[in-house]
Design a protein around this ligand. Structure first.
Ligand code: PLP
Length: 286
């Protein structure tokens, strides 16, 4: 089914949407993005994604082309025009089309390119994988040093995902200086007893919107949250592990580099956090 997509203020059938070959997103990966989930036709944690979008743009000296209210209206229009019940809205803002290729940024008043599209995923929150959990392998984290900016330069995460696929598993955890940073497109956690351990925020990882909400809910549910780095060996010996992201929510991890965690099944902490997260976020959806 052909989608209606959004490009620079226009809603168009996907086959008619066009972006210049000189667009800096295309030539330089000079752009940022957000992915917001839709459940029951409503946006999950929309405000959080808007705040991070503004931060990513600011870090790259790009002007935010819309207010939060305008972004919300665009998201809602796309949901309605594409009849999305469950799925995702992808949004990308690039530094625009300067009409030629040049390393230097174009003038700040060049209009950015805004592209948005939907991905329909019926039953997104009922993924069977949540019942069985993910298996992951580790790969070295050789990404650039500003992973806190959600840029569209995703080649290495794609390579890591392909390494995972070739190994017959679901994802890769990235390792730097002996410690896990995060997954290819998610934040990583281990559980020991009632304690949830996840790497502290820095430019080494993306500041997950789901991470912020899940840690808040964990504390409210009397769990202990410790923000510190952990090694792969520590993860393999943990009671449980899981990842979070806007589209996978809370997903148990049951195997790391071929070693089963605990009983090799999703653990109770990840299951509980997934349930709380989905319940609370559905209630707060806009
Ligand atoms: N870490 C990376 C590298 C990501 O790409 C993502 C999401 O795309 C996340 C973490 C999770 O962030 P969020 O919970 O905001 O989706």
């Amino acid at each position: 089914m052909s989608r209606i997509v959004h490009v620079n203020g226009e809603f168009l059938p996907e086959a008619e949407a066009k972006v210049s070959v000189f667009d800096r997103g295309f030539l330089m990966a000079d752009g940022v993005y957000e992915v917001t989930s839709v459940l029951g036709g409503k946006l999950i944690d929309f405000a959080g994604h808007c705040v991070r979008l503004a931060r990513s743009l600011g870090e790259l000296e790009m002007t935010n082309p819309h207010t939060e209210a305008e972004w919300l209206a665009l998201h809602r229009d796309l949901v309605a025009k594409n009849d999305i019940v469950d799925g995702m809205i992808y949004l990308q803002v690039t530094r625009g089309n300067p009409g030629d290729r040049d390393f230097a940024y174009p003038a700040a008043d060049l209009p950015p390119t805004v592209v948005m599209f939907t991905q329909s995923k019926p039953g997104l929150a009922d993924s069977p994988a949540a019942k069985t959990g993910w298996k992951v392998i580790s790969v070295p984290d050789i990404r650039w040093g500003r992973r806190d900016i959600k840029t569209v330069q995703l080649l290495y995460p794609s390579m890591a995902k392909m390494a995972a696929k070739k190994a017959g598993v679901d994802d890769a955890w990235l390792e730097q200086d002996g410690f896990v940073t995060e997954g290819t497109s998610n934040n990583a956690y281990i559980v020991k007893g009632n304690r949830i351990i996840t790497r502290a925020l820095s430019s080494d990882i993306l500041h997950g919107i789901t991470r912020a909400a899940v840690l808040r809910f964990a504390v409210e549910a009397q769990m202990e949250v410790v923000e510190r780095s952990f090694t792969l060996t520590e993860a393999q010996e943990a009671d449980e592990a899981f990842i979070t992201s806007a589209s996978a929510f809370v997903m148990p991890v049951v195997e790391i580099d071929g070693k089963a965690l605990g009983l090799g099944k999703p653990g109770p902490v990840a299951a509980r956090l997934r349930e709380i997260y989905l319940d609370e976020m559905r209630k707060a959806a806009v």
